[in-house]
Design a protein around this ligand. Structure first.
Ligand code: FAD
Length: 293
């Protein structure tokens, strides 16, 4: 049923990195909720698997001395949703995580797997884009850190070289402090369904005006995308219904939705605007910009 040639369970990051150096074609497996389905469907035939879920340093969330938050890629969606640091500093990320799958999936599926699988529908991705998360990628021979905004390269494709492992998701203090945020997932039912469209936003309000706005979507393009036109449109506008409509309309310049059996292009374009309006109003209210604008 599962055509694999072996399974190695790493107990430390060092062990994982040296195993990947010796076996650069090995497939990393975290929760396995994407990978095992692919293997059962005949992909990665004869693959060697490297289990990483017992690497403790990859399974925690902590704040460093500069108040930057580090989220281990092995953190499950349940952990993310229940974490005190996330709940205090950017609760909208935990709530976004709470929209994915159902409880059983959230207990095993990891945020690292959700990013590395490269799906445009990944429910954590658009909020990580808004948070300007940095991704630390390591091999036995070195490391690099890249913005999550550059990680997704196409459907199912991410900037991950053979032998590389995502070891840290870093959110710096200036990227969460003072923001309100909101993620809205539109799907055909409330649980166990992939998004027809997902909309994430973060907003900073000063003197009743948008000081900064970040907007990102899943399933509005082949990869999760940020919306530079909408974000520039927002700056300096008074927080009110007219401004939010302008911002939501500008988002159409930033997306390229397509037809699929879950929803037509036209329906998705309507969702792009409607979800943005609702999410921005909520985020602005959370950031001190009045009652849902
Ligand atoms: C019933 C069901 C419902 C689902 N519902 C949703 C949903 O609503 N929303 C949603 O977004 N997703 C959903 N998914 C998809 C899936 O659960 C998520 O994408 C999940 O986050 C994947 O995480 P994982 O730990 O299981 O990854 P795995 O399957 O273990 O790995 C996925 C990919 O990432 C790679 N990988 C994992 N960790 C690392 C790492 N640290 N470094 C480098 N590469 C790594 C693996 O090699 C593999 O290619 C669902 C899946 C199922 C089965």
């Amino acid at each position: 049923m599962f055509d694999i040639s072996g399974y190695k369970e790493a107990l430390s990051l060092e062990e994982a990195k040296s195993f990947l150096k010796e076996n650069p074609d090995a497939r990393i497996i975290a929760g396995g909720t994407d990978l095992l389905i692919e293997i059962r469907d005949g992909e990665h035939s004869g693959a060697q698997l490297l289990g990483i879920s017992r690497i403790e340093e990859m399974n925690r969330i902590y704040k460093d001395a500069e108040d930057n938050v580090h989220i281990g890629p092995g953190v499950t969606f349940t952990q993310l949703e229940e974490d005190e640091i996330v709940g205090t500093l950017f609760p909208y990320l935990g709530k976004a995580g709470g929209t994915m799958g159902g409880p059983q999936i959230r207990n095993v599926a990891t945020v690292g797997g959700n990013l590395c699988t490269g799906a445009t529908s990944a429910d954590s991705a658009s909020m990580f884009l808004c948070l300007n998360a940095q991704l630390k990628l390591e091999t036995a021979d070195g490391q690099r850190t890249i913005p999550v905004t550059e990680f997704h390269q196409g459907p199912g494709q991410v900037d991950l070289n053979p032998g590389e492992i995502l070891t840290d998701i870093i959110i710096s203090r200036e990227n969460y402090e003072g923001f309100g945020g909101k993620y809205i997932k539109f799907s055909q039912r409330n649980a166990m369904d992939i998004a027809t469209l997902g909309c994430a936003t973060m907003v900073k309000v000063k003197d009743g005006r948008f000081e900064e706005l970040r907007l990102a979507y899943g399933v509005a393009a082949p990869t999760p995308v940020r919306c530079p036109s909408a974000e520039q449109t927002a700056v300096g506008l008074e927080v009110n219904v007219d401004s939010i409509e302008k911002i939501a309309a500008a988002a159409l310049n930033d997306v390229k939705p397509r037809d699929s059996w879950r929803g037509s292009k036209i329906f998705r374009e309507q969702l792009v605007q409607e979800l943005a309006k609702r999410a921005i109003a909520k985020a602005a209210a959370a950031a001190g910009g009045g009652q849902d604008a």
